[in-house]
Design a protein around this ligand. Structure first.
Ligand code: HEC
Length: 139
């Protein structure tokens, strides 16, 4: 009888250990899910940064109209369809975009000399930045 009881205790103890380790493993998994959630939170914070840039894009959109870019360019079928800028953000980086907007001498082969864009060299740097941001958003 005693032997049976001690065998039973050993059996129950091992069942308990197995159960506990399953529970432990499960709770570790839960923690892992929590970490994933945290990652989502950080990507949400990244999205916020993009939202900040979209204020710049908005400003760039307004400047695009105000500074007369539409006289020579079109975006989304608005403006002069001779030089459409749709998708231009895919083709150039920030540096080149800046030069294209002001018609910098170093990119002469891209913009014919007769095109008078030099006046945009007088744009304040924050306005040029906003225009570039807007160009970058055209994808
Ligand atoms: C007097 C006409 C004129 C005005 C005004 C003008 N551009 Fe341009 N722009 C051109 C021409 C011409 C090109 C070269 C042709 C092309 O590639 O579209 C060009 C090229 C560009 C390009 C490169 C396009 C590409 O695909 O290579 C960008 C970006 C650009 N202009 C932005 C602007 C912005 C922003 C403004 C307003 C601040 C502006 N431009 C005002 C005539 C003009």
């Amino acid at each position: 009888m005693r032997e049976l009881i001690s065998k039973l205790i050993v059996l129950l103890t091992s069942i308990l250990i197995v159960t506990l380790s399953i529970i432990f493993g499960f709770s570790q998994n839960q923690n892992k899910n929590k970490i994933d959630e945290n990652n989502n939170i950080s990507s949400f914070q990244k999205a916020k940064t993009i939202a900040l840039d979209s204020a710049k894009i908005q400003k760039g959109k307004e400047l695009f109209i105000k500074k007369g870019c539409l006289r020579c360019h079109s975006i989304d079928k608005q403006g002069n369809s001779r030089n459409p800028l749709d998708g231009v953000g895919k083709s150039y980086n920030k540096d080149i975009l800046e030069k294209l907007i002001v018609g910098d001498e170093s990119i002469e082969e891209n913009i014919p000399k007769r095109v008078f864009k030099q006046r945009y060299k007088q744009l304040p740097s924050n306005e040029l930045e906003a225009l570039v941001e807007y160009m970058k958003s055209l994808r």
